[in-house]
Ligand binder design. Structure first.
Ligand code: TRP
Length: 79
């Protein structure tokens, strides 16, 4: 299987709507674990791809996420 068949080359765009948003990369393969965490402050943008090493991306905190599939907003946990 070539890379373009297994991974999308599309970028996802994450724009933080509050301070302290985490963008967490999870490993590809049988062992799914965090491999990278990036903190964004309000207004900061991260542009990321799914790669050979990254199969999932978890976002904690309030952010706007734009993908080829559409836009979604993550919400801040309110207790
Ligand atoms: N070294 C990582 C990789 O190539 C960098 C990375 C790509 C990443 N996409 C990510 C880190 C998304 C966190 C979230 O897979």
């Amino acid at each position: 299987m070539n890379k373009s068949a297994s991974n999308s080359n599309d970028y996802i765009v994450i724009k933080a709507k509050e301070d302290g948003v985490s963008v967490i990369g999870l490993t590809r393969g049988s062992d799914t674990r965090f491999h990278h965490s990036e903190k964004l402050d309000e207004g900061e943008v991260m542009i990321a791809q799914f790669t050979e090493h990254t199969s999932a991306i978890k976002i904690r905190g309030h952010a706007k996420i734009s993908t080829a599939y559409g836009e979604v907003e993550s919400e801040k946990k309110h207790d």
